[in-house]
Design a protein around this ligand. Structure first.
Ligand SMILES: *Cc1c(COP(=O)(O)O)cnc(C)c1O
Length: 229
């Protein structure tokens, strides 16, 4: 039933509309379905509709779901907080990591990425609102950490990710613009960087207007998340 409207088809349509409004081609933005707390059956249902990129926050939960989805050619993104003791499994089971914010974690991912796999795609998580409580590289420290990726051949630095504060009056436009500006400056010396991972259910059209190339959407696709047990 290709004409039936589903959350996936309406989000795709909103992404296309936001791209058109910003004068960007529709394929400029990748939809990452954030499937934390969702069962393998729900992921399979989206995969049947052509969705390929899925984002997970909790390592063990993701590892538990992946076997049931093997063979579907899905692309797995780790987007949750990343401590050193999780890097081995992340390096072995994911295609992308969006939450790298220190050299120690990056070095471990590089050393632990299996030889049989292509380099792991990495985004640096940036503390774009300079919040004390937030993880993420401070904006001013981004260039130095990005330079260090020359030492890590098993990682492919792709760009920047941010989770702006939830209460900004401008729908996070200023934060998205700061992140986009930082990437654009990095690209002067690192032209291969191509990814701005920003925008979630509540603010992805604004993120697309400000240059997002990948939006991370959970609630708008799957409905509200059940409270964590
Ligand atoms: C949960 C989560 C999302 C998705 O948030 P929604 O508001 O449900 O769309 C996006 N990015 C990160 C890093 C998340 O943890």
């Amino acid at each position: 039933m290709p004409d039936t409207e589903t959350p996936l088809t309406s989000i795709r349509a909103r992404i296309q509309a936001a791209c058109a409004a910003a004068g960007r081609p529709p394929e400029a933005v990748t939809l990452l379905a954030v499937s934390k707390t969702r069962g393998a059956d729900e992921i399979a249902a989206l995969a049947d509709q052509g969705q390929r990129h899925f984002g997970e926050n909790y390592l063990q939960e993701a590892l538990d779901k992946m076997p049931a989805l093997a063979g579907r050619d899905l692309i797995w993104h780790f987007i949750g907080p990343l401590q050193s003791n999780k890097t081995r499994d992340v390096a072995a089971h994911f295609d992308w990591v969006h939450s790298v914010d220190r050299a120690k974690v990056a070095r471990r991912l590089n050393d632990q990425r299996p030889d049989a796999l292509p380099p792991l795609n990495v985004c640096l998580q940036v503390n774009v609102d300079d919040e004390d409580s937030k993880s993420g590289v401070p904006l001013a420290a981004v260039p130095a950490l990005a330079e260090q990726f020359q030492e890590w051949p098993r990682l492919r630095l792709r760009g920047l990710m941010a989770i702006p504060r939830a209460d900004a009056e401008d729908g996070n436009r200023a934060a998205f613009r700061r992140l986009a500006m930082t990437l654009s400056q990095l690209r002067n010396t690192m032209p291969a960087l191509d990814t701005l991972s920003m925008g979630m259910s509540a603010d992805y059209p604004v993120a697309i207007e400000e240059g997002a190339t990948l939006v991370r959407i959970g609630t708008a696709l799957f409905g509200p998340r059940p409270p964590k047990a």
